[in-house]
Every structure is written in C-alpha cells, then in structure tokens.
Design a protein around this ligand. Structure first.
Ligand code: F6P
Length: 740
C-alpha cells in the first residue's frame, strides 16, 4: 500500500496541476469559438437579408425597414438589427437596438472579407457593408446577445472539473491495482528466479520474463551479502578434525567426553562369511562419529548387532573404528521386550510422530513409557560407571533419552550435560498431547545446554516450557531456570565432516557415472536422479514418486530418457506403520513404472537395501540431481552429503522447505513436497539446468557445508560447555568461606 501511495501522490499532484492550467485554456478557447460562430452567423444573416434590404432601401420608408428588422429579431439570440446609411450616425434599427450606440461604433470595411466587430456589455456587434452600391452603401449591423456564452462557459468549467476528478479517481484506482499486481508479480518472479524456479511451472507463479537478465546479477549480489554476513554468523575459522582436537586439548584439557545415543556407530553382524562391520544409516551417527574420533572418548550405545556380544571385551567395550581404534564403544544390552517398549514403542511410535507432525498419529502406552524410563536409567548408570571424573562432559543424543539428562544430573551433579535433540520440536499444543509431557520436559531440563538444529525449534521448546511448567523462561538469554538448575537453549545446525572420509575410497565423478549406469544397465547419456533415505514416512518418498509421475505427464520427453534411483534403507521393521510404508512405496513405484510399459528404461528404480557410505557417495556422484522431499526433518544430512560428494561442482539439489537444511542451503531448488506440480517443475528445471548455473549454485552450497561442518557443530557446543564450566569455576572461587 505504501508503495502505491508513493506512485499515487505525485500522480495526483501532476493531474491537479494539469487541470489548473487546462481549465482557463479550454474556457478561453470556448469563448473564441462562440464569438467566431456569432460572427459567421451574422455574416450569413447579412448575406441573406442583403437582397430584400436593397429592395427596401430603394423604395420603402424607414418605418417599413424597422418592421422588417423587428421580424428578424424574433430569434432570442439575435438581439437587434440596424442599418447605418452612409455618413449617418443614427441607424435605422429594430426596437431593441440600444439607444446609446450610434453608427460610429461599428464601421465595416467594405473591402474586407471579415466583418467589423465591437462589444457593448453582453452585446456583440457585427457590421457588414451593404447597400445599393458596394462602395457607397451603408452597413448592416447585427447585434447578438452573448449572455448565453457566459452560462455555457460556466457549465463547461463545471463539467471539466467533474471530468478531472473522475479521471483522478480512475487513474488512482488503476495505479493502485497495477502497482499491487505488478509489485507482487515482480517480487514473486524475482524470488522464484533466485530459487531457480520460473523456467517451467504453473502460470500463476511464472517469473516476469523481463527479470531473467537481472536474475544472475541479483543472485550475485545476494551471495556477496551472504558472504559478508556469514563470517559474523560463524566464528571465521574453518573447523577440521585437527582444529577440533586441538581446541579440545586447549579448552577442555583432561576432561572426560562421553557420548550417549541409542544407535551405535559400528554394528557387528554375523554373516556366512564371518563377522561383518556395518555403518548404520543414521544422521546422528554420520555427524557424531568423526567428532568422537577427534575426542577419543567413550560412546555408550545399544548393542543391536547379531555379533556385537562376540566382539566386546569383558567391560562390554570395543575399540573403533575397526581399522584404527581411536575411541571406545560401550555397548548396552536390551532384552527384546525392553527394545520393543523403549525403542519401537515410546521413542518411535510415540515421540517420533509427535515431534514430526507428518500425519501419523502418535501412540502412547504406559507399558512403553515404563520401559522408556527403565532404559534411560540403565544408560544413566552406564554414564556414571564410565565417568572417570565427577564432572564429565556428557553428550546426550536424541529423543530416546529425554529423561537421561536429569538422571545423570542426580548421579553426577557437576557434570556438563549437552543434550542434542536431532528431530524437530513441535509447538506447545502438539507436544501437550503427550501424557508424560511434564516428565519429559523436566528430564531435558537436567541438561546444561539443550541444542536444536533451528531457531524455530528452540523457540518452540521455550514456548512449550513456558506453557506447561513452573519455570523461569528468559527469552533474552534463551535460558530456562528450574529448581536452581539453568539450561541454555541453543541452535547448533548439525552437519557432516569435511571432506567426508568415505570420499577417499569413491571413484571420480566421471567413473562413478559410468559404473552406476553400467550396474543398472542404462545408457551413458541417461539422466539420473537420486534419493537416499531410511524408509521412513517422514522422508516423503511417496510424494517424491508422485512428483516424478507428474513430471512424466507434463513432460513426456523424459519417458525412457530419465530414471530416478531410490535407495531405501529398511528401518524400524517391527513397527506396523513402517511395514505399511515399505509396501506402499514398493506398490507406487510399480504402478508408476507400469504406466510406461513401452519405455526402454523404467522411470523409478527402487533399491530397498542398506548401502555403506562409499556406495552412497558413488550414487551421489553418478546422479544429475538429488531429491530430498522430507515432510518434516530436523536437518537432513543426505542433502549435505550430496553437496560434499560433488567436487566437480555439478549436480542439482532439490530440497524440501520442511527440512532444516533448507535454511542453510537456499541455493538448492526449494520445494514444498506436498505440491506435486511444483516438485515436477523443479525436476524439470534440474534436468535442464545449464552447467554454469549448476556450478554457481553448487559452489555456494559447498562453501557453506565446508565451513559449517560437523567439527564446527561439535566445536561450538563444546566451547559453550567450556565457557559454562569456566563460569561455574568462578562462582566457586568467589564464595566466602563460612558465610551462609
Ligand atoms: O533423525 C533422528 C535419528 O536419530 C537420526 O539421527 C537417524 O538418522 C535416525 O533417527 C536413526 O533412526 P534409527 O536409529 O531408529 O534407525
């Protein structure tokens, strides 16, 4: 609206100025037109009466001439008529001829074509030479009443005024409408272009074509601003495993670092060929493992592999990584009932859907809750047992352990507990449906620091505590204080190691492209998209397939020329919802492929099995684009892995706006996975994007993932922990002995 006013006010002022100048001009012109008309009319009268008047002048008395003139002036505008004989001053005139006008007032030039004129008050006199002889004859004087001109001019001025007011109103209205529409259109267009949309999409959101030439410049500008902004947002340094290690040495020298998570980083499995080590498909593990390699601490986790018991020492510990041990896994054993209640039940059927809000109802059972409490206590005991000092740094990971921080606090009051919640935190209303909401919040508030991926989730957490608990919530320092314990709530966007260790064993992009196409029996120039996920309903795999189907409907030229590889790691198979999802994903892939029986290559290639990191990176390198379509995701590290894999600076990332990663990677094609048309448009853009544009986007994303890597994630949390410990130390130092 403000924008419209900025257009409108000068426009209306200009219009008023124009009206101010135009009205007198039009008025004067009207006056001249009327007078000219009267003169012409008078000349016509003179011409018409000339002949009869000659006759009368030749043989009639002045009284008959006056009577003739009186008849002529019955027309209301023809006021009077007179004849001035040559040399006379008193005219022979009709009755109304003003007595104070004599023949000298008008004297026609007999040689001129134009009549002589004069004004007398509201009367206009026109004289035309007439007579028996043109040289010696007198003048016919026609007198018109011009008062009607004044009233018509007033009327005209009034109409002109109305006209300009109406014109002003119309112009204002049109300006407001056009300004609003075009501003929205331009902004939309500009945004769309900056997001890489706008090349093919629904008409309502097509970017203004005139913006395209500017898009590149604007993007450059945005990047420049971002570059200037980023160092202030970060701490300027590039974190590596080595800098993290030396930071730990300088800031947290001699401290115990204990990590706790449900999923272990290395799983030992019995196979026909003997015991094999597997790396689980887990974002948490991907992020924390390199950190633990740098910290050399202990990682406490559920021993879930079939050969796990065979590979631990008598303290249930095993050194990892297997090739070069740099830290210990301490395995915790769970019975099938415990696993079903604590892991499948409360964690994954209760908290997981509760926090993701992905249209699957959370299920809460008191038996699951009891197991959840029991297993949290079991891990708390393990932390206490593993701690070599009374004040270890404990890294508690994820929603499996909401009660653990407070349990550790009770056993080790001086511990620095950093809890990281890897999944979204919902709004208070959504969270409040959990029957044990208070206990969960109280448990988490045992933490010294509680971390989330995004500020949005931090805000949701504070709102939830504010709404549900008796606690002091300080929104300036982002802390919660309850029962003398303060918890800082902080944003730490998780990431991956840079460069990813697995990349060392992955073929070049060119080779990977060839290998993958050969493996799948596809031609060299076949376009490939990739999706790599645990087969979880929050990942939006069905929505992804629907977008592919939509693409083929709208752009049939891709049929047989493009395939989408979905690598789907089976997960949480004991839970019905996951088994159903597995089936539905398979059925939809089959159904879409079935629609194109004549295509030489199927649109969707579904590989439902676990892949080790090296193979995952190989697929990333082989693809033309990667599609991450999470319906809700704390961060999503697959997006970052794809970026890390592309050291050729090619490849397009299509990324759900509901994944935390979209906040850090705006150069991806950001989509709403629920909008099949929009996703199909993004797929088409990805398949047709120029190598230059791919490079521009990929270069920026790589600089972000490189700088904001997992060492920085861990480093910032551990630095914050060191600062807290320092502060606590000062608090003790300043206490006066003996004073209560
Ligand atoms: O996203 C939360 C999370 O814990 C991730 O860290 C990990 O990707 C996933 O869940 C692992 O699930 P699970 O351990 O149940 O297989």
């Amino acid at each position: 609206m403000r924008l419209s006013l900025r257009f409108l006010v000068p426009l209306l002022v200009a219009l008023a100025a124009f009206a101010y100048a135009a009205v007198p001009f039009v008025d004067g012109m009207m006056q001249r037109w009327f007078v000219r008309d009267l003169d012409e009319r008078s000349a016509l009268i003179a011409y018409t009466v000339e002949e009869p008047l000659r006759q009368l002048l030749a043989d009639a008395t002045p009284a008959r001439i006056t009577a003739f003139f009186n008849r002529l002036t019955q027309d209301q505008q023809l006021y009077a008529v007179a004849y001035c004989p040559p040399g006379a001053t008193k005219p022979i005139a009709s009755e109304r001829f003003p007595a104070d006008i004599d023949c000298r007032a008008v004297d026609a030039n007999p040689r001129s074509d134009r009549p002589a004129t004069a004004n007398h008050g509201s009367l206009h006199l026109t004289a035309a030479a007439i007579g028996p002889d043109i040289d010696t004859g007198g003048d016919l004087v026609v007198v018109n009443d011009t008062s009607f001109i004044a009233s018509r001019r007033a009327e005209t001025r009034r109409y002109l005024f109305y006209f300009f007011v109406a014109l002003g109103a119309m112009v204002a209205l049109i300006t407001v409408v056009i300004a609003q529409l075009s501003w929205r259109g331009w902004v939309q267009g500009l945004r769309a272009l900056l997001h890489g949309e706008g090349l093919w999409k629904p008409a309502s959101v097509i970017a203004a074509p005139e913006l395209r030439p500017f898009a590149r410049d604007v993007r450059e500008l945005v990047r420049e601003l971002e570059r200037q902004y980023r160092p202030h947002n970060g701490d300027g340094r590039i974190w590596t495993q080595e800098t993290l290690r030396s930071a730990l040495r300088s800031e947290l020298r001699g401290n115990d670092v204990i990590a706790v998570s449900n999923r272990e980083p290395y799983i030992h499995i019995k196979t026909d060929q003997g015991i094999r080590v597997q790396r689980p498909a887990s974002g948490l593990v991907t992020a924390l493992e390199p950190v633990m390699r740098a910290c050399s601490g202990v990682w406490i986790a559920h021993g879930s592999g079939s050969a796990d018991r065979d590979t631990v020492d008598r303290n249930d510990r095993v050194g990892v990584p297997p090739e070069r041990s740099s830290y210990q896994i301490r395995r915790i054993w769970l019975t099938p009932e415990e696993e079903a209640g604590y892991y499948s039940g409360f964690s994954n059927e209760g908290l997981w859907p509760l926090c993701h809000i992905a249209h699957v109802r959370p299920t809460f059972r008191s038996s699951d809750w009891n197991y959840y409490g029991k297993i949290n206590a079991k891990f708390a005991a393990a932390v206490a047992a593993e701690s070599k000092t009374p004040d270890p740094i404990v890294l508690v990971q994820d929603y499996h352990f909401a009660l653990l921080p407070q349990m550790i606090r009770e056993r080790l009051p001086a511990a620095t507990i950093i809890t990281f919640w890897h999944i979204p935190w919902p709004n208070p209303e959504a969270f409040a449906i959990c029957p044990w909401r208070d206990e969960l919040l109280q448990g988490l508030l045992g933490s010294s620091i509680l971390g989330f991926h995004t500020q949005f989730h931090c805000n949701n957490f504070l709102d939830t505590v504010d709404r549900l608990l008796e606690a002091r919530v300080d929104r300036e320092t982002f802390t919660v204080t309850r029962g003398g314990q303060t918890t800082a709530v902080r944003r730490y966007p998780i990431s991956i190691e840079w460069p990813p260790a697995a990349l060392a064993h992955v073929p070049t992009v060119e080779r990977a492209r060839k290998l993958v196409r050969e493996r799948l029996g596809l031609p060299d120039n076949h376009k490939l998209g990739i999706g790599i996920d645990r087969l979880d309903y929050t990942k939006g795999v069905l929505e992804r397939f629907q977008a592919i189907a939509r693409l083929l409907e709208r752009e049939p030229r891709w049929i047989g020329r493009f395939s989408f590889i979905q690598i789907a790691a089976p997960t949480r198979g004991t839970i019905g919802e996951y088994r159903d999802y597995f089936d539905r994903v398979g059925q939809l892939a089959q159904q879409i492929n079935g629609q194109y029986p004549d295509a030489r290559y199927p649109p969707i290639i579904l590989i439902a099995e676990h892949h080790e990191p090296e193979l995952v990176y190989e697929y990333h390198r082989a693809a033309d684009f990667c599609f991450v379509s999470s319906l809700h995701d704390g961060m999503n590290l697959v997006a970052k892995e794809f970026v890390a894999a592309r050291d050729d600076e090619q490849g397009v990332l299509i990324l759900s706006r509901f994944a935390g990663a979209s906040r850090e990677l705006p150069e991806a094609l950001i989509v709403n996975p629920y909008d099949a048309d929009q996703c199909a448009a993004a797929l088409n853009v990805a398949l047709t994007m120029s190598p230059d544009e791919q490079r521009d986007r990929m270069r920026l994303m790589r600089s972000i993932v490189r700088e904001f890597n997992v060492y920085r994630w861990a480093g910032r949390m551990l630095f914050d922990a060191a600062a807290l410990r320092q502060r606590d130390r000062f608090r003790v130092d300043l206490a006066v002995p003996g004073r209560v």
